[in-house]
Design a protein around this ligand. Structure first.
Ligand SMILES: Cc1cc2nc3c(=O)[nH]c(=O)nc-3n(C[C@H](O)[C@H](O)[C@H](O)COP(=O)(O)O)c2cc1C
Length: 329
């Protein structure tokens, strides 16, 4: 550990909110709902950020967005709800609605490169319109009455550093309480080597916490990125999928989970998903979760595919039971 760089297990604060450690769950669209965040917290994450939520849908009272995406479990702490949008007035209203759901922090997405988001002027498109980005953040702060943070990219194109300039403006002019930087240009989406030097450049020039995201697929790569970036904290994204143990590993408790533990974790997910979506929708929505666990359980090829083809949660529970019986023969 380089001198002066705090250990990942030490607490820090975001806008007056105490965060017990520096190992955080990143926002993951279509994934980061309350039970995925709760799971990360159970395994030691100091804070978890929600999947991105449309400010427009909130401000227009979309029923499913309000009832499902704003849902926070009472045991979740510290929790941040991430909003995306490009209209300051819509964002002001949406941030107020999100704050009523009881998060500790509201985060703003200024890094999403997906065309559905960018073509509305939101996500990474705000890098091209820094004045609007500052207005959106200012409105969110006024609407939420909570600390507001921003997650953005280093730039839109390779070598472009507009994300660093925008982050500085968001801190100085809007008063955002922390910035997460994913130092890959929006153009490359989630591929390629992150430029941790860009995060270091930002971290040395603002007086709020800077959080690094990107390329943190294993505990080793996460530790390396933390050191190289000089960031105040890190966010695990794809590295946490089916591997909540990565949080404990980074917190200094590197236990390789056994088969029973992995199976218990998948069963916990099945139960929580049923609670959240009801059995029928959970059966559909969880199909993308199965490969992460099934592979770890040692299934491959046609055996693993059987999980993908299940029509109900009970079929998945039966497959797990069968596999357990076969393993103990
Ligand atoms: C499936 C998926 C969904 C994502 N959803 C969001 C999101 O809703 N908001 C956001 O700011 N970033 C989102 N990201 C970006 C991640 O938070 C993270 O910055 C990125 O995956 C880089 O980290 P990694 O290389 O460690 O996975 C998403 C990434 C993936 C792969």
């Amino acid at each position: 550990m380089s001198s002066g760089h705090p250990p990942l297990t030490s607490p820090f604060a975001i806008g007056g909110i105490d965060v017990p450690n520096r190992i955080l769950l990143a926002p993951l669209a279509g994934i980061g709902n309350w039970f995925v965040r709760l799971q990360a917290g159970r395994h030691g994450a100091g804070m978890a950020v929600s999947e991105m939520i449309s400010s427009f849908a909130l401000a227009h009272g979309n029923r499913r967005t309000l009832s499902e995406m704003l849902r926070i479990h009472p045991d979740e702490r510290v929790v941040s709800l991430q909003l995306f949008g490009s209209d300051p007035e819509v964002m002001r209203t949406a941030a107020g609605i999100a704050a009523e759901a009881g998060p500790d922090i509201v985060d703003l997405n200024m890094g999403c490169p997906v065309s559905k988001v960018v073509k509305t002027g939101a996500g990474a498109a705000l890098l091209r319109d820094p004045g609007r980005a500052v207005a959106v953040a200012t409105a969110a702060i006024e609407g939420a009455g909570l600390p507001v943070t921003v997650k953005l990219r280093s730039g839109l194109e390779p070598e472009d550093r507009t994300g660093i300039d925008l982050a500085r403006r968001l801190v100085a002019e809007a008063g955002v309480a922390a910035v997460t930087m994913h130092p890959r240009p929006a153009r490359v989406q989630h591929r390629g080597e992150p430029d941790y030097a860009a995060v270091r450049e930002l971290a040395t020039s603002v007086d709020v916490p800077v959080i690094v995201s990107g390329g943190l697929s294993t505990a080793e790569s996460a530790r390396r990125a933390y050191e190289r970036s000089g960031a105040d904290a890190l966010m695990i994204a794809r590295g946490s999928l089916g591997n909540p143990w990565i949080f404990a590993d980074l917190a200094g408790d590197p236990a390789e989970p056994g088969r029973d533990e992995i199976e218990a974790e998948l069963r916990w997910i099945l139960d929580r998903a049923e609670e959240h979506w009801g059995a029928e929708r959970a059966a559909r929505n969880l199909r993308k979760f199965y490969p992460w666990y099934v592979e770890r359980l040692g299934f491959s090829g046609p055996e693993a595919d059987r999980f993908q083809r299940t029509e109900s949660l009970d079929q998945v529970r039966d497959l797990l039971r069968e596999a357990r019986a076969a393993a103990s023969l």
